[in-house]
Design a protein around this ligand. Structure first.
Ligand code: PEP
Length: 250
């Protein structure tokens, strides 16, 4: 059965020193976590976090990657680099990458295929803008993104993919989707995955919700049957808050 994964996306926060201090404080407090625990630091902070997390259940992921093996791509990270640094996951297609850095659905697909081929687990982010939700286009937008991201993905690799449903209007705004809204879209994604693969494969795929998840709403979100974890920005930057998320009560 699919795993529950609570992941922190630190975005452009946490120096190497701060990241290591965070992990050293967190790691003794989450031994009985009912989920996999993942931190996605900025690239330069990854080695310090990997080192500090040794011997703990904390896994580490990157926030972005390039699909090329290597070469003249100033500022980018290859999957070889990410793996060699000790990561097992990579976030792909976060809405901030789409909004500020020109990430496209086609690029998300190329990166997803490359991550899988390299042995990294992609966390593919999808979600509608407020205008799209208000126009009744949420399901259509999310379908388009999910089908596009998974083009060419083999059924045997499908369970390695994590899909994070992150309504853009809920990211960093303090405005969270209700558990019912999250469940509705997650059930829709599960249906797409059933059509794309089959029901048994779809049931193996972890679907995270992201968008202002915090200690006060994590339990009700996690209680929904198709919500298998969370991708968390702001509340992953404080040890106490992130600890509470990881120790959610379903
Ligand atoms: C995110 O960046 O993926 C996110 C969900 O941010 P926040 O939790 O701050 O809304």
């Amino acid at each position: 059965m699919r795993k529950t994964i609570i992941a922190g996306n630190w975005k452009m926060n946490m120096t190497p020193t701060q990241g290591a201090a965070f992990v050293n404080e967190l790691k003794g407090r989450i031994d009985n976590a009912p989920c996999e625990v993942l931190l996605c630091p900025p690239a330069i902070t990854i080695p310090a976090v990997v080192e500090a997390a040794k011997g703990s259940p904390i896994e580490v992921g990157a926030q972005e990657m390039h699909q090329a093996k290597g070469g003249a791509y100033t500022g980018k990270l290859s999957t070889d680099m990410i793996l060699d640094a000790g990561c097992s996951f990579v976030i792909i297609g976060h809405s901030e990458r789409r909004q500020y850095f020109g990430e496209t659905d086609a690029g998300v697909n190329l990166k997803t295929l490359k991550a899988l081929a390299a042995g990294l687990r992609p966390i593919v982010c999808v979600g509608e803008t407020l205008d799209e939700r208000d126009a009744g286009e949420t399901m259509h937008r999310v379908s388009f993104q999910v089908w596009g991201a998974l083009a060419g993905v083999k059924a045997e690799d499908a369970a390695k993919v994590v899909i994070a449903y992150e309504p853009v209007w809920a990211i960093g705004t303090g405005r969270t989707a209700t558990p019912e809204q999250a469940q509705e879209v997650h059930a829709h994604i599960r249906q797409i995955l059933t059509e794309r693969f089959d029901a048994a494969t779809a049931a193996e795929i972890t679907l995270q919700y992201g968008g202002s998840v915090k200690p006060s709403n994590v339990d009700e979100l996690m209680a929904k049957p198709d919500v298998d974890g969370a991708l968390v920005g702001g509340a992953s930057l404080k040890v106490e808050d992130f600890q509470r998320l990881v120790m959610f009560k379903a």
